[in-house]
Design a protein around this ligand. Structure first.
Ligand SMILES: Cc1cc2nc3c(=O)[nH]c(=O)nc-3n(C[C@H](O)[C@H](O)[C@H](O)COP(=O)(O)OP(=O)(O)OC[C@H]3O[C@@H](n4cnc5c(N)ncnc54)[C@H](O)[C@@H]3O)c2cc1C
Length: 372
């Protein structure tokens, strides 16, 4: 579907305020950079086709092509996307103890994949002061250093581009739904190179309703006198709580959500994916069971990675109660409908033509199914 270069990226994404700063177009060439969470074009480029445009999760994303490539099935608009199983999970005894966001499932899966040589390098997200940054980790014992959620949009995928330029062949990557959409495009050779080999050993997606604009978040937290070096963890607990909780080394601060919500980039509201439908596995919080995660196993690779992590003592698994699954479905369906309404209002849903200037292509009958 994608046919365009830097010029189309500027017109279709930057000029329409759709860029989320995922990093997919950064460090492919000298032309795009990310400064404190914001992606900018540094120099002009007149190539008619480029990976920058082909990887972008906000330009001409063909969900049918990607669902076929990742899952071997059509995109059907179902709330959670294609999956084999949904379970409860947490890090097992083999995982070094750490400070995790939830149960440490993400860190445990990645650590196990590195330790048992499934992947050579993992692309994770750390923090430099307040700014989320890509981190490349090859030693499984260091995975925990990137644990916990940085709720700001992160240029993580610039780390993928750097690792590939350095010749790393088997990558693990962790990211939000927009990042997993870009990764799905990276793994399916959108420019059709004949000798293309998928460089990803495993892709771990996060659940995400929205992220925050990194510089605005930094300004807000610094304004409360917080020192980034003292922040151990941030959390946005589910309703009825209506605060963002910042845990510091010596205490805890709560910021009302009414102050946080204006920092959501408007491009988050056109994202129809709450659970990283194009990843091998997806992980989110387990509301009501602290210290555990919800884990969606999607692909054969995902099932193998989870089975190995469980077998090696990196992961513990429990059944997920039916009412939790239903709650997750309803929340994901609501995000899809909300996004589709805005996409349609902004004329950003394409009908499968390369020059639609659409953000996303979804068949008409699937759009109608989502609204039913
Ligand atoms: C912006 C954002 C919004 C989220 N919204 C929801 C939500 O609405 N509902 C829900 O259930 N879960 C949400 N999550 C996921 C949740 O916060 C946990 O990441 C998930 O439950 C995994 O927990 P864990 O203990 O296994 O993670 P850990 O083992 O602590 O690992 C966390 C991983 O997240 C990665 N990471 C951290 N920040 C970012 C970032 N900004 N971008 C990309 N990767 C990052 C790190 O590389 C690390 O590997 C969100 C996460 C993010 C980053």
């Amino acid at each position: 579907m994608a046919a365009g270069g830097a010029e189309r990226l500027t017109q279709d994404v930057f000029d329409r305020n759709l860029c989320i700063g995922c990093g997919a177009c950064v460090d492919l060439c000298p032309y795009f950079g990310n400064y404190r969470g914001r992606t900018v074009q540094l120099f002009g480029c007149d190539l008619p086709e480029g990976r920058c445009f082909a990887f972008c999760p906000k330009a001409e994303v063909d969900l049918e092509r990607l669902a076929q490539a990742v899952h071997g099935r059509p995109y059907d608009g179902s709330p959670l996307g294609h999956h084999r199983e949904v379970v409860a999970a947490r890090a097992g005894g083999r995982m070094p103890p750490g400070h995790f966001q939830g149960g440490g499932t993400v860190s445990a899966l990645v650590a196990c994949a590195l330790k048992h040589a499934r992947a050579d390098t993992a692309v994770l997200t750390g923090r430099d002061g307040w700014t989320p940054v890509a981190r490349l980790v090859s030693d499984w014992r260091e995975v925990g250093a990137c644990a916990t959620s940085k709720f700001a949009a992160a240029p993580t995928l610039a780390g993928v581009n750097r690792a590939l330029a350095d010749g790393v062949a088997r990558l693990a990557v962790v990211g939000t739904p927009c990042q997993m959409t870009a990764v799905a495009q990276m793994r399916t050779s959108p420019l059709g190179q004949p000798d293309f080999v998928d460089p990803f050993a495993v892709t771990v997606g996060l659940f995400c309703n929205w992220s925050l604009e990194p510089r605005e978040l930094a300004r807000l937290l610094a304004g409360r006198g917080l020192d980034p070096a003292q922040v151990a963890r941030m959390d946005i607990p589910p309703p009825p709580a209506d605060t963002m909780v910042v845990e510091t080394v010596g205490g805890r601060l709560e910021v009302p959500l009414r102050e946080i919500k204006p920092l959501i980039p408007e491009t988050c509201f056109i994202c129809p994916d709450m659970t990283s439908e194009l990843a091998d596995v997806s992980v989110g919080m387990f509301e009501g069971r602290a210290g555990w995660n919800t884990l969606i196993i999607r692909t054969r690779t995902g099932a193998e990675v989870v089975a190995q992590a469980e077998g090696e003592g990196f992961l513990e698994i429990d059944p997920l109660p039916a009412e939790r699954l239903e709650h997750l479905r309803l929340a994901a369906a609501e995000k899809k409908r909300r996004a589709l309404r805005i996409l349609e209002r902004r004329n950003l849903v394409g009908a499968g033509r390369k020059d639609d200037h659409a953000a996303v292509h979804i068949a008409r009958e699937v759009v109608e199914k989502i609204f039913r």
